[in-house]
Ligand binder design. Structure first.
Ligand code: DC
Length: 255
């Protein structure tokens, strides 16, 4: 099986690193946090309280989330397009309002059941090469521990919380949203706490995960470490060297 799982806390670099690693390995990239964000957006949009577990669970079961490759019209740095019905919610799922509510939704048992099954079947299909690409890079919180524990290469990315808050603030600023660093830090600490202490599928490294501290490392440096591990743990040929690759087409945000 050609599957790489990348777990870690918010803004540890998972999606920037995962996206680039997938591109170099020519694997499918799947950021599972998008699904929790999309359900949160739908819940807020419908005026449902995130504390209403049953109603939130129903939204997760009934909402069909479309994730597609960006078209030429979308040159705004997106990695994928996220839609529910006719609504393009690619950026709506990245607002502070969704940030503040998503970890409550992600701790909901019914939500995890509905989304976890979808993630596992996507991981198995693409990890076995049956989905068009020769493998998959899956990013989240519980991918190595719960969703795809049989993946041959598991990564856990981490960085100190103040560094992660700084990255998130920069990412918001790049999209024209000025925010107060103290507020970003407080939100992030609260989200980390809910994600790590929830009863179901809490954030933690798998026993056999390779842990990488990203403080002081650039995205290409972290990707290089993962590519080196992929060459010993997966069935892959030599990866595309960084300097021969096409431009990434915009700043993919760390999540
Ligand atoms: O990675 P992110 O910030 O986009 O994730 C959004 C939320 O979803 C975050 O609170 C953690 C949660 N999540 C999860 O519980 N399990 C996953 N596999 C992915 C994300």
């Amino acid at each position: 099986m050609n599957a790489v799982t990348i777990d870690g806390p918010a803004a540890s670099g998972k999606s920037s690193v995962g996206y680039e690693a997938a591109r170099r390995l020519d694997f499918l990239f799947f950021d599972t946090g998008i699904l929790y964000r999309a359900v949160t957006w739908a819940v807020l949009q419908q005026g449902i309280s995130v504390a209403d577990s049953e109603a939130v669970g129903q939204v997760a079961e009934q909402t069909s989330i479309d994730i597609t490759a960006p078209t030429r019209d979308h040159r705004d740095g997106r990695q994928v397009t996220v839609a529910i019905g006719d609504n393009d919610i690619t950026w709506a799922v990245r607002t502070p309002h969704v940030d503040q509510n998503v970890s409550i939704v992600a701790a909901n048992r019914l939500v995890r059941q509905a989304l976890g099954e979808q993630q596992r079947s996507i991981g198995l299909r693409h990890g076995s090469g049956a989905g068009g690409k020769s493998g998959i890079v899956m990013v989240g919180r519980d991918i190595g521990t719960i969703v795809l524990p049989e993946a041959p290469l598991k990564i856990y990315l981490d960085a100190p919380v103040d560094e992660r808050a700084r990255r998130r603030q920069q990412e918001l600023a790049a999209r024209g949203k000025e925010t107060d660093i103290a507020r970003v830090l407080a939100d992030m600490q609260q989200r980390d706490e809910v994600d790590s202490e929830r009863a179901i599928a809490p954030l933690r490294p798998a026993d056999d995960a390779h842990q990488i501290q990203t403080l002081g490392l650039s995205i290409p440096q972290v990707v290089d470490k993962i590519i080196a591990l992929a060459q010993t743990h997966l069935e892959v040929g030599p990866a595309t060297p960084l300097d021969q690759t096409a431009p990434r087409g915009g700043g993919a945000a760390p999540h």
